[in-house]
Design a protein around this ligand. Structure first.
Ligand code: SAH
Length: 277
């Protein structure tokens, strides 16, 4: 093993930004432009990765329901492609935040190139310390980014503060499909750490977690069957590039994700509760 993977395994979770700055372009090439899973309509859906990835973004756009003029926060925004697609489809303005500075620079270039820089802006920030005015956003999403954040509660509370009462938060994330015994989590943790996954939460635990952080959970959608296996097969098809970058260990993780029934993928819609008292 060499390069990024070895460093990824040795580095603390706070350097997640380095990981994405180093290998983000490789991942986006393998994953069809963005850095999230695809969505396939069923076994006979022969869509390529890019089409399936854009379909996943469109599903998220639909769940968020942003309107023209809304201000939307994209936390863990990658290279900005999902935010740009959201802005085009909805007419909303988007602020994307990301801990990886090179990705933020690339995202701002994409916004300029697509003529959307007046409505879509990207900035470097940690999800736990967004640095935005309280109650200033009409909606937000955490699009396949919460898994990298060790303190989910801090992030959700930060989003509660940033959002207006009644605003929607949409989360797309890898999840555990069952509550696993502590012993099993301990076994899996080193595998997750090969790609700086800080934690995977049981899907059934999301409503309580959201409630604790000031949100009401609405729809909870298990889309494992539409997303996980096909996406992982796509990445395994790009193994050569991953190995060249020293990403051998994450390939073991990807192999586990492709076969396991312990983990899956979900979209959760939440609504920010009004302040109490
Ligand atoms: N939402 C994008 C990117 C998903 S990859 C997409 O769907 O394409 C996860 C992203 O979260 C990466 O860009 C990574 O740099 C970012 N990220 C991880 N931890 C973060 C944190 N604590 N604060 C802000 N961004 C973070």
């Amino acid at each position: 093993m060499s390069g990024a993977a070895r460093n990824a395994a040795e580095r603390p979770a706070s350097s997640i930004g380095d990981l994405y700055d180093e290998v983000g372009v490789l991942i986006e090439e393998a994953m069809g432009g963005s850095l999230h899973y695809g969505y396939w309509n069923g076994a006979d859906d022969t869509s390529d990765m890019r089409t399936a990835s854009e379909r996943m973004t469109d599903l998220m756009v639909g769940k968020l329901g942003a309107r023209p003029g809304d201000r939307i926060l994209d936390v863990g925004c990658g290279n900005g492609r999902p935010a740009l697609r959201l802005a085009r489809a909805s007419g909303a303005s988007v602020l994307g935040v990301n801990i990886a500075p090179k990705q933020v620079a690339a995202a701002n270039e994409h916004a300029e190139r697509e003529g959307l820089a007046d409505r879509v802006r990207f900035t470097v920030a940690d999800a736990g310390d967004l640095g935005v005015a309280p109650g200033s956003f009409d909606g937000a999403w955490l699009f396949e980014s919460l898994l990298h954040m060790p303190d989910e509660r801090a992030v959700l509370r930060e989003l509660h503060a940033a959002l207006k009462p009644g605003a929607r938060l949409v989360i797309a994330n890898l999840v555990l499909l069952d509550r696993l015994p502590e012993e099993r989590i301990r076994q899996l943790r080193p595998l997750w750490e090969t790609f700086q996954i800080a934690s995977l939460l049981p899907l059934a635990g999301y409503p309580a977690l959201l409630k604790e952080c000031g949100f009401d959970a609405g729809e909870v959608l298990d889309i494992s069957e539409n997303s996980v296996q096909r996406t992982m097969e796509t990445i395994l098809g790009a193994q050569a590039g991953f190995r060249e970058e020293g990403l051998d260990e994450p390939l073991t993780l990807i192999d586990w994700l492709a076969r396991t029934t312990e983990a899956g993928y979900a979209i959760v819609v939440a609504v920010r509760r009004p302040d109490e008292g």
